[in-house]
Design a protein around this ligand. Structure first.
Ligand SMILES: [Zn+2]
Length: 393
């Protein structure tokens, strides 16, 4: 019988080799290449690859010249249909769902807009279930073939138990959402906070971020961040690490629903921009009006957006001093729709951050939407891999 330790080594080796094969998905990679990369014996790698093939996660592709002396090798690829997962994101104004294959491609997705009212958790579970049924009718896979579902949600989420401690936008407190969803959807459910899921997705899709220290900052309906240090997500004691919505950037500023004044949530969200303009006596009802007025050079709006950009720059400055990650990735609907805001904030940062930190800083705009949904599908994929590999061992 194998000891626990040997078993762990075996699992880790399987995961490592699978990761390499997925990473080199679009280039030729053979057993011999992996042996070279990992400094493991050809026999060990062959055994590991055979196990991955028998699990259906990897397949042999065309023959390739795998080394300089021209010996033939067989190209290895992750099996696109080998593991299908779904990802859900629950945001304050919409619920989105996607299905992802093992080549990390989104096969199909759906979004339902939410009304501005409190929803019962069971209502949202039912909504996800109907969306899932509709989506399954559109894809080349059966509902049966989808192995697991990741669900990301705004608020404080216990990713181990699958509970949502609180999601104030919905008025939820201590909801066993993962269990409810599992009972209705009849699939393994993996829950995560929306920004941690988004950060996982963004980092996953760019090789250069794999071993980097990264803060992902999202600006949209709310403001939040997540931090990944050399591939590992920072969680804190209650999985609330990075919840920066109530960092104060304007002492004495507008009243926040947390009871304080001048939190970033009162100045950097889609709704707060509209409210600030209305407070100043301007007839603004849509955030798009703000973008248009800025882009056409309307004086008061240029001034207002400059002030907002200063708040964003101050927030980024605080994040640099709190987390000290040299990558700051800035995304979220507001930045995707209105990248000028980040450009202006970037220009203000040189004066706010000490030169030794500033010279190392890479502030990057993230242009993809729905990162929380994609991240949830990745989380379901990663947990499913663990399960498949454990069963294979
Ligand atoms: Zn606040």
């Amino acid at each position: 019988m194998q000891t626990q330790n040997q078993q762990n080594i075996k699992m880790n080796n399987l995961k490592m080799v699978l990761e390499i094969i997925k990473e080199y998905q679009n280039t030729d990679i053979s057993r011999a290449d992996i042996a070279k990369m990992t400094h493991m014996s050809a026999t060990s790698i062959s055994r590991i690859v055979d196990t991955l093939i028998s699990c259906g996660l990897v397949k042999e592709d065309a023959a390739i010249n795998s080394d300089k002396v021209g010996r033939k090798g067989t190209r290895l690829k992750a099996t696109a249909d080998g593991l299908i997962t779904a990802g859900v994101s629950i945001d304050s104004d919409n619920v989105s769902l996607c299905v992802m294959n093992f080549s990390d491609e989104i096969i199909a997705s759906k979004t339902v807009l939410l009304e501005s009212r409190h929803y019962d958790p069971d209502e949202i579970v039912e909504m996800i279930d109907s969306m899932f049924t509709l989506l399954c009718a559109e894809i080349p896979y059966t509902r049966q073939q989808i192995r697991a579902i990741g669900i990301s949600c705004i608020g404080n989420v216990d990713y181990r138990k699958g509970d949502i401690y609180f999601a104030p936008q919905f008025g939820w407190s201590h909801v066993d959402f993962g269990k409810k969803a599992g009972d209705v959807l009849k699939k393994p459910i993996y829950m995560e906070n929306d920004l941690k899921a988004a950060a996982i997705s963004v980092v996953r899709q760019e090789k250069g971020y794999k071993q980097a220290d990264i803060t992902y900052l999202s600006i949209g309906m709310g403001v939040g961040s997540a931090v990944i240090l050399k591939g590992k997500i920072a969680r804190g004691s209650n999985n609330a690490f990075g919840e920066v919505g109530h960092v104060i950037v304007q002492p004495g500023g507008r009243k926040c629903d947390c009871g304080q004044r001048g939190c970033v949530q009162t100045t950097l969200t889609r709704n707060s921009l509209i409210e600030e303009c209305r407070d100043a006596g301007y007839d603004i009802t849509q955030v798009e009006q703000i973008f248009d007025l800025y882009r056409t050079g309307t004086e008061w709006m240029v001034e207002f957006i400059n002030k907002t950009a200063s708040d964003l720059a101050m927030l980024i400055r605080n994040l640099v001093y709190m987390y000290n990650t040299n990558y700051i990735l800035v995304g979220g609907a507001l930045i995707v729709d209105f990248p000028e805001l980040l450009d202006l904030a970037r220009d203000k940062l040189a004066d706010l951050i000490h030169s030794n930190l500033y010279s190392d800083l890479k502030i990057i705009q993230i242009k993809t939407r729905n990162n929380s949904m994609t991240g949830a599908a990745f989380i379901a994929q990663r947990n499913s891999i663990d399960e498949i590999i454990t069963n294979a061992g």
